[in-house]
Design a protein around this ligand. Structure first.
Ligand SMILES: C[S@@+](CC[C@H](N)C(=O)[O-])C[C@H]1O[C@@H](n2cnc3c(N)ncnc32)[C@H](O)[C@@H]1O
Length: 250
């Protein structure tokens, strides 16, 4: 990937930065000219930046942020569209999130009591997510939620359970949305994600894979007006900004 390099801002983390650059196969840069994106190791965390004076602020994973926790503190998360789509009965389902990204949806599901396996194929995004998970692990308010989340960096289509009883109840998918031309309409995080991972052009195959793996249902998050990933779903749960296509397994 030549649109991103690693930059170490932390005085005390240069050895770690060298190891990380090797692991992610990124150039470790010290000075401009910088590529369009930088993965930056600060004293506190790992973040993604667009260098330059007018660049937007950094993107990083923060499960302790007010925005992430607002939904936990206010309102009833069980009423969230994502919760209704997954279906939370007395026994909480084991969910496999095949497109983990920055882990926000997985965090909501884990906060509702689901055990959740997160698979993310982009090494850079998986490393950002792992950094966020490790900073929040053990925290008094969210530590128990993080403990229910397990991340593996891999292409989810290479995942197969060791035995049939290890099949997840629910497979959750949120592939990158079709490209929008008015880039100002697309949130900063999504623009950064798209720059790093591309367009998920193989997302149609994801549904077939998910349908062969889930024991109860597959839930696909889509923009309100987007086409279905594959065939029409069994039911649709409408959210404020998105909809969730639910495919029931017979
Ligand atoms: C829109 S983002 C997901 C956002 C996520 N739901 C969240 O709440 O932060 C899509 C992510 O899926 C990942 N992805 C796409 N296809 C994948 C695959 N086959 N296996 C694993 N990850 C995949 C992309 O790398 C990208 O990070």
């Amino acid at each position: 990937m030549n649109n991103i390099a690693l930059f170490c801002e932390a005085e005390t983390r240069h050895v770690e930065a060298k190891k990380l650059a090797l692991k992610l196969n990124l150039a470790l840069v010290n000075n401009p000219p910088f590529p369009p994106y930088l993965l930056v190791l600060t004293e506190q965390r790992l973040e993604l930046r667009q260098p330059g004076r007018h660049g937007p602020g950094p993107v990083f994973v923060d499960f302790l942020s007010d925005t992430m926790n607002y939904r936990l503190r206010h309102g009833d998360p069980k009423n969230e569209a994502i919760a209704r789509a997954i279906g939370l009965k007395k026994t909480k389902p084991a969910v496999l999130d095949g497109t983990a990204g920055l882990g926000k949806d997985a965090f909501i599901l884990a906060s509702l009591g689901c055990r959740i396996l997160l698979l993310e194929r982009s090494p850079v995004i998986a490393t950002l997510l792992a950094d966020g998970l490790s900073r929040a692990a053990g925290h008094s308010q969210v530590g128990h939620i993080i403990a229910a989340m397990t991340l593996i960096q891999m292409d989810c289509m290479d995942f197969s359970p060791l035995s049939p009883d290890q099949r997840p109840d629910v497979v959750y998918l949120d592939p990158m949305y079709p490209h929008r031309h008015k880039s100002s309409l697309v949130k900063k995080e999504m623009r950064f994600l798209r720059a790093i991972v591309g367009n998920d052009s193989d997302s149609d195959d994801l549904l077939d894979w998910a349908l062969s793996l889930a024991s109860r249902k597959v839930v696909v998050k889509r923009p309100k007006l987007a086409d279905h990933l594959g065939p029409s779903p069994s039911l649709i749960v409408k959210g404020k900004k998105n909809r969730f296509d639910v495919y029931l397994i017979n």
